[in-house]
Design a protein around this ligand. Structure first.
Ligand SMILES: CC(C)(COP(=O)(O)OP(=O)(O)OC[C@H]1O[C@@H](n2cnc3c(N)ncnc32)[C@H](O[C@H]2O[C@H](COP(=O)(O)OP(=O)(O)OP(=O)(O)O)[C@@H](O)[C@H]2O)[C@@H]1O)[C@@H](O)C(=O)NCCC(=O)NCCS
Ligand SMILES: Nc1ncnc2[nH]cnc12
Length: 302
């Protein structure tokens, strides 16, 4: 096996690092698949910046690739470990370093803070017991980790999501993780798989999954820019697309374009829903891809 570059710059030949790299590959691929999915309302995609002036598809892809060592380190920290405050603090530090690496790579633009949080917890949880691949089990383990205390976490981040949670009494990214990612497990994944089962293209199925999340999520990205009126509008518009038959139908496409015009007019972007779609794509592949191990290596035994 080829040497594997570790997040700390060394190399190693352990089975564990090969597996960690594979999980990191899946996480980065999920982020790239999410941003490449087109047309997404209000969000960056391959043809548009959506409601963003400082983001585009290339920057989002660059940001996603920059996060590979972060996800590898998170998987290595989780590998075969039991849930504990020490593990929580260890991944908290890795996650904060990952945010710093992201900001350094993007010139200070927040591309993926929410995604580092959600996918970081899920990657760690997947590595803790890689043979237990059911999305609900992985997400429940991730939720358990998120609820553990981290003595080194700032008491108040002052970020827009946190401010929106306080202003509007919603759970935001933390609440979603603490609850075991219900919008990933019970909303996005069932819609993704249901749309595939009735013959939708893969892109249409992914758009339907995104819309299903948008229809229900208290997305602090939408709230912080547009307040509750914009959130209600985004939720109703996403429901309208699904009720028109979904992204794979002519009527659904028309409703999707109408929703896009509305979100651009309001200058809002459902970044939280996009992160949760990426989380769903990660769990979908983790459950179905066989084997989750680099070529020529035996799998983990736990
Ligand atoms: C828990 C943390 C995420 C920190 O949370 P906090 O509230 O302090 O920080 P925010 O920066 O606001 O991040 C929250 C991001 O989570 C996404 N999100 C929003 N709503 C939800 C939801 N209901 N459920 C799940 N996820 C949600 C969303 O991320 C996306 O949007 C980001 C862009 O947002 P922002 O820059 O605010 O907005 P723009 O409109 O683009 O800005 P302008 O153009 O107007 O300037 C982007 O990152 C997307 O990913 C929210 O923004 C977490 O960071 C934390 O505590 N980490 C500590 C380390 C740790 O413990 N890690 C564990 C293992 S990795
Ligand atoms: N495609 C996207 N556009 C804007 N913000 C995002 N946050 C995560 N994915 C995003």
């Amino acid at each position: 096996m080829d040497p594997v570059l570790t997040p700390r710059g060394g190399t190693c030949r352990t089975r564990r690092s090969g597996m960690a790299d594979r999980l990191a590959d899946l996480a980065v691929a999920a982020l790239i698949d999410e941003v490449t999915l087109t047309p997404k309302p209000g969000l960056v995609d391959i043809r548009s910046r959506g409601a963003h002036r400082d983001l585009d598809w290339s920057l989002m892809c660059h940001s996603a690739r920059t996060l590979q060592p972060t996800f590898t380190a998170l998987a290595e920290a989780g590998a075969g470990a039991a849930s504990s405050p020490a593990l929580r603090e260890s991944i908290g530090a890795i996650g904060r370093n990952g945010e710093a690496a992201m900001l350094a790579a993007t010139g200070g633009v927040n591309t993926h803070r929410g995604a580092i949080w959600a996918l970081g917890l899920l990657v760690t949880a997947a590595a803790m017991a890689p043979s237990e691949r059911a999305p609900a089990r992985v997400a429940a383990r991730a939720g358990g980790l998120a609820r553990l205390p981290d003595r080194h976490a700032p008491g108040f981040t002052g970020n827009k999501g946190e401010l929106a949670c306080r202003a509007y009494g919603v759970g935001g990214a933390r609440g979603q993780a603490h609850a075991g990612f219900p919008h990933v497990v019970h909303v996005a994944l069932p819609k993704l798989r249901q749309s595939r089962a009735v013959g939708a293209t893969e892109d249409a199925a992914r758009l339907d999954a995104l819309l299903a999340v948008m229809a229900e999520l208290d997305d602090t990205c939408v709230l912080s820019r547009g307040g509750p009126a914009a959130l209600a509008c985004a939720q109703a518009g996403a429901r309208a697309v699904l009720e028109s038959g979904g992204a794979g139908t002519r009527a659904g496409r028309a409703a999707l374009h109408a929703l896009e015009r509305e979100l651009i007019a309001r200058n809002v972007s459902p970044g939280g829903a996009a992160d949760l779609l990426a989380a769903a794509l990660f769990l979908d592949r983790f459950e179905t891809e066989d084997p989750i191990q680099p070529k020529g290596e035996p799998g983990w035994n736990n």
